[in-house]
Design a protein around this ligand. Structure first.
Ligand code: ADP
Ligand code: ZN
Length: 721
């Protein structure tokens, strides 16, 4: 049923048809259209797109357009069932084969495959290359192979899966079937490795921009109260919303999760030290329930395609920009505003420097690791736009500062730290290059404690020469010096510091040093307005009601809520408040199948909600009416307010219904036209639906206009117009 009916249509037209009717989306996001066209034409493709960019459609739609079944290789068997359910909700014939299936169910899926009854089949890599599976594949019609999370083939990355190496066999065994490899991992060595190992040198490459404009990047200094700041961040900005908190160690994960629970935040730990059942349970709860916060080591997250993760918080510094980008990328896949929030401090810098120095990798590898950590640290210490720094690293430059990161929103100040840095460095020198930061700060501040006296350091020339700064400021300065490799960390694990080649020129005063000033913790009010910005007060109540309905529907079927409708879809419903099935069908994310399955219940809610609540969207309607009074046309209002024209017409109709506006204010219609319309509504519009009227008029008037006329006629017939 998903194969388009017109055999002569262009492949891309068929693809668009599926996009609109099965998925309920208006248009492709470039380069989706080019990738899909290429694949339908039988070509191989390598796709690099950021998380949330829309990779799945790139193979799902060609699999439906081409004859046969699309085979999707994914390493994440725990998530396959959800992916399959999501597709089934759209009326797409999907199934999976993995070790969690009973023998009986597996046989059932196999016979569906052989009978050509599947559009998509998800398979774990280790299963794909078994003789049984290969035999099955040779006897079935295959539309394409999609290799998801293709960076798992890279031995350098931390997601390496040995089974992926074998996937080059696909090319040898099925040379005529197109293959598409997809990843969100960006760096060039990994890219090369994918091409080599999967024999994709002939494949077309599609590299989408890396920007994730809806993510707000914020990096704060840890001044010893990271947990409290995290709590405040969640409470102020994301109460009741889903998020991921990353920590470096398992112990810290357990600790932070437990503590957040004492603060009434639904936080669950996730790391490799927990048993399999607990991990699976926590992952499932995160996916199914709303507002669960997962506290995890980096073991968590790959392939989690939960679209409504509203924040990713780091309580530790990631090892590289790639890791940071990948982890933060799990926020806001649905395109709605999301936060990438991090605190990092001196301890992180020391720890990572130490880990790296003691790494047992060979020299080249070590140099690469050092380079990556340096880049990460300079992202943290930058006074420029974070997004520009981030995208610059991926060679995808951004011309203007983004306006949606902490340095853009509250530009940090710089100060000339040359003299202070000289004091800090010479204190390291005078005390023999073996003490840690706390000791050095005590010496600078002239604290005469036992230990200092024991070493005789109350007599060195740097003793007490640093009273112009607080201990916290000195710690920050030391952190910045280590971050810039002006100081190195000893290997022994005690955090002792020694000078480097680069520190000499600062000590000699040859290189002035400009540093980022310490910043006070953010104020509450500023951040709070952010959540309010996302769900306007005018329809918060309706939004909650829609979410509640979605939750009930999801629970009844045992699927995650987002599989019913994404947040973005509910948000559009709340904003536009469609009152008819036709109008509901135009909401993004409402395809044919979901309209059939859930349309009535959502419509009922939207219709009745209006009656029981004064007028939840009064503010937004009012704004439209004001602009109309100022002489703007519906189109201009739509542009100015970044709404769809249909929404603006809905507002105008509402204005007419409630008598705040007359039809004449809104539209210019001749008496004759109005009579025709009145007649047509009487004939065809009896049940309140617009579609039959629209069709009877053969499309001569658009829906928005008809909606306004309908409002006017309703008012007329109730005698008050
Ligand atoms: P990725 O796998 O690249 O991380 P997904 O395939 O999960 O991204 O897509 C991210 C989100 O964007 C999903 O919610 C998906 O439904 C949505 N999406 C993808 N393509 C489109 C499109 N053309 N129009 C609207 N939404 C889209
Ligand atoms: Zn910025």
């Amino acid at each position: 049923m998903n194969q388009p009916s017109t055999a002569t249509a262009q492949p891309l037209d068929q693809a668009r048809e599926i996009l609109q009717h099965s998925f309920g989306y208006d248009a492709f996001r470039p380069p989706q259209d080019r990738i899909i066209e290429h694949l339908i034409g039988g070509g191989d493709a390598l796709v690099l797109m950021p998380t949330g960019g829309g990779k799945s459609l790139c193979y799902q739609i060609p699999a439906m357009v081409r004859n046969g079944t699309g085979i999707v290789i994914s390493p994440l068997i725990a998530l396959m069932q959800d992916q399959v359910s999501a597709l089934q909700q759209l009326g797409i014939r999907a199934a999976c084969l993995n070790s969690t299936l009973s023998l009986e169910s597996a046989r059932e899926v196999e016979s569906q495959l052989l009978a050509g009854e599947l559009d998509l089949l998800y398979v774990a890599p280790e299963r794909l290359l078994t003789p049984r599976m290969l035999d099955l594949l040779t006897r079935s019609q295959i539309a394409l192979f999609a290799i998801d999370e293709a960076h798992c083939v890279s031995q350098w990355g931390h997601d390496f899966r040995p089974e992926y190496i074998q996937l080059s066999q696909l090319h040898e065994q099925f040379p005529d079937i197109p293959r598409i490899a997809l990843t969100a991992t960006a760096d060039e060595p990994t890219r090369q490795e994918i091409i080599e190992r999967l024999a994709l040198d002939e494949a077309a490459r599609f590299i989408a921009g890396f920007d994730r404009p809806n993510i707000r990047y914020r990096i704060h200094e840890n001044d010893g109260n990271a947990r409290q700041r995290l709590l405040r961040f969640i409470r102020d900005e994301h109460p009741g919303e889903a998020g991921i908190v990353y920590c470096l160690s398992r112990k810290r994960v357990d600790e932070v999760a437990a503590w957040l629970r004492t603060q009434y935040i639904e936080a669950l730990p996730y790391h490799a030290g927990l048993d399999k059942e607990t991990r699976a349970l926590h992952q499932t709860r995160f996916l199914r329930e709303e507002g669960v916060v997962i506290v995890a080591t980096i073991a968590f997250g790959m392939g989690i395609d939960k679209p409504d993760v509203r924040f990713v918080a780091h309580l530790n510094l990631p090892k590289s920009i790639e890791a940071y980008y990948q982890e933060t990328g799990r926020a806001g896949r649905d395109g709605l505003p999301a936060d990438a929030w991090m605190v990092y401090g001196l301890q992180d810098v020391i720890l990572l420097r130490q880990m790296q120095a003691s790494s047992e990798a060979d020299e080249t590898h070590k140099r690469l690791e050092r380079h990556k950590l340096d880049a990460m640290l300079s992202l943290c210490e930058t006074t420029e736009c974070r997004r520009q720094a981030l995208l610059g690293y991926f060679a995808d430059p951004l011309d203007q500062p983004c306006g949606n990161c902490d340095t853009c929103l509250e530009p940090p100040q710089q100060w000339d730290a040359t003299v202070s840095a000289q004091k800090a460095l010479s204190c390291v020198h005078r005390t023999g290059q073996r003490f840690g930061v706390n000791y050095l700060v005590d010496v600078l501040l002239g604290k005469e404690n036992e230990r200092i006296r024991q070493f005789g350091h109350h007599q060195v020339s740097t003793f007490g020469i640093g009273e112009e700064h607080s201990a916290g400021e000195w710690r920050t300065l030391y952190r910045q010096l280590i971050a810039r490799s002006l100081l190195a960390v000893d290997l022994d694990g005690y955090g002792g510091l020694h000078l480097t080649e680069a520190s000499r020129s600062v000590l000699r005063g040859e290189t002035p040093l400009m540093l980022r000033k310490r910043r006070k913790p953010e104020k509450r009010s500023k951040s709070q307005s952010r959540r309010e910005g996302r769900v306007p007060a005018a329809y918060r109540a309706l939004w909650d009601a829609l979410r509640e309905l979605r939750r009930e529907l999801a629970e009844a079927q045992g699927v995650p809520a987002y599989i019913i409708f994404h947040d973005a879809t509910l948000m559009e419903m709340a904003e536009r408040q469609p009152q008819t099935k036709d109008a509901l069908a135009t909401v993004s994310g409402v395809g044919d199948r979901k309209l059939e399955a859930y349309g009535e219940q959502f419509l009922h809610l939207l219709q009745t909600f209006e009656q029981t609540n004064a007028d939840p969207i009064q503010d937004t309607v009012e704004e439209t009416l004001q602009l109309l009074k100022q002489g703007l046309s519906a189109r201009e209002i739509a542009q100015q307010r970044e709404l769809t024209e249909a929404t603006v017409y809905n507002h105008l109709a509402r204005g007419i219904e409630t008598g705040r506006l007359s039809l004449d204010d809104t539209l210019t219609l001749s008496e004759e036209q109005l009579n025709t319309l009145r007649f047509t509504f009487e004939q065809f519009g009896g049940d309140g639906r617009i579609k039959p009227v629209y069709e009877a008029l053969e499309g001569a008037y658009d829906y928005g206009l008809l909606r306004c006329v309908q409002a006017h006629l309703n008012l007329e017939s109730t005698g008050s117009g």
